[in-house]
Design a binder for this molecule. Structure first.
Ligand code: G3P
Length: 224
């Protein structure tokens, strides 16, 4: 992914609109819309849909969470090695709906580097963004939890969080890319985030739960 391209990662979460057949439709729309823009567009579907989707679309597919364990006696766990073996590009780590301990985040970021997976560490404010950047992940994604799923874009409601998170992260490690998320839905929200210094956005409901997913994604990417 080039430095000048905006980054858009769509998290399908556990939404019904983003699961099974709906997930595949959504992934195909994302692939099609992505082919018409310069932006880097990637998706993060549910585990159960990952391999089906990867076999059917040609955009990067991320997991929504990975457990901080290796292969072994761990019931119900998914490891970094497993997603690597399946061809997944990377994963969200420490999403606010799936928080991890600091030591687990550190373990996963290191493991991802070793395996060549892309790490997207989610944070909730400026201080945690700086702390996450110190672990040198590929991305830090700052998302104030109270705005998640609200339809109120973080880039407009709390621009200082975005701006200061970018400064704090780059101050710690200038190689870390910073995304922002929560309430992002419109092109204007995305552009504002980029103007505040972010490298892109992480979003879910604005696209996944939209009545017309194609129209929503095209609007987000400035095609309408
Ligand atoms: O992972 C993205 C997410 O937490 C933001 O959700 O619905 O506000 O775009 P949403």
């Amino acid at each position: 992914m080039g430095k000048d391209r905006g980054v858009v990662i769509i998290n399908f979460k556990a939404y019904k609109e983003g699961f099974g057949e709906n997930a595949l439709k959504l992934a195909k729309i994302a692939e099609d819309v992505a082919s018409r823009v310069d932006d880097y567009v990637a998706i993060a579907p549910n585990y159960l849909d990952l391999t089906t989707i990867m076999n059917r679309v040609n955009i990067d597919v991320y997991a929504q969470h990975v457990d901080a364990v290796g292969y072994g006696s761990h019931t119900g766990r998914v490891t970094a090695e497993m997603i690597k073996e399946k061809g997944v590009k990377g994963s969200l780590i420490n999403h606010s709906e799936r928080r991890l301990r600091l030591a687990d985040i550190d373990f996963l970021v290191s493991k991802f580097k070793e395996l060549g997976l892309t790490s997207v560490v989610c944070t909730n404010n400026v201080a945690t963004t700086a702390a996450a950047a110190a672990l040198s992940p590929d991305f830090v994604a700052v998302e104030p939890p109270e705005l998640i799923g609200s339809g109120i874009p973080v880039s407009k409601a709390e621009p200082e969080v975005v701006e200061n998170s970018v400064k704090a992260a780059k101050n710690v490690n200038s190689d870390v890319k910073v995304l922002c998320g929560a309430g992002i839905g419109k092109h204007e929200d995305y552009v504002t985030a980029m103007d505040l210094g972010a490298d892109g956005v992480l979003l879910a409901s604005g696209v996944v739960k939209a009545e017309d997913v194609r129209a929503a994604l095209e609007e987000l990417l400035g095609l309408r």
